[in-house]
Design a binder for this molecule. Structure first.
Ligand SMILES: [Zn+2]
Length: 126
């Protein structure tokens, strides 16, 4: 087991700043998409309405994905405040920096994430 070097505070500060601006940007995008979904209901042509429905479905799916990401970002920000950021929610081990860089709101270390995706191996392992 490699010794984990203590994560410098400035890493958390930088991450907090990053996530905050991502959150704000995402909020604006969600607001805009939300308006797009709500407005434009003036279609009488059926074909146009069908196309409209498809793009509305896609937009709704995008909106849903963005909302989920927003929730993840917000909870990551809370964890930074509490000093829990970068610690696995499940086993309490530090989450590898490379993983945090790839997925800044990761709440599980790679091992726990893999087990979460494959519950059978979890059962055997535990
Ligand atoms: Zn873990």
């Amino acid at each position: 087991m490699a010794t984990m070097t203590r994560t410098p505070q400035k890493f958390f500060n930088a991450r907090e700043k990053e996530l905050t601006s991502q959150r704000d940007e995402l909020r604006m995008r969600i607001d805009r998409h939300h308006l797009d979904v709500v407005i434009d209901r003036e279609l009488d042509d059926e074909a146009a309405a069908a196309v409209e429905n498809i793009s509305r479905d896609m937009l709704a799916a995008t909106l849903e994905r963005e909302r989920r990401t927003l929730r993840e970002i917000e909870s990551a920000l809370v964890r930074i405040k509490k000093g829990e950021y970068g610690t696995c929610n499940s086993c309490g081990d530090p989450i590898a920096r490379a993983r945090l860089d790839a997925l800044p709101w990761a709440r599980l270390c790679i091992h726990c994430a893999e087990r979460a995706h494959n519950p059978n191996s979890f059962r055997i392992a535990s």
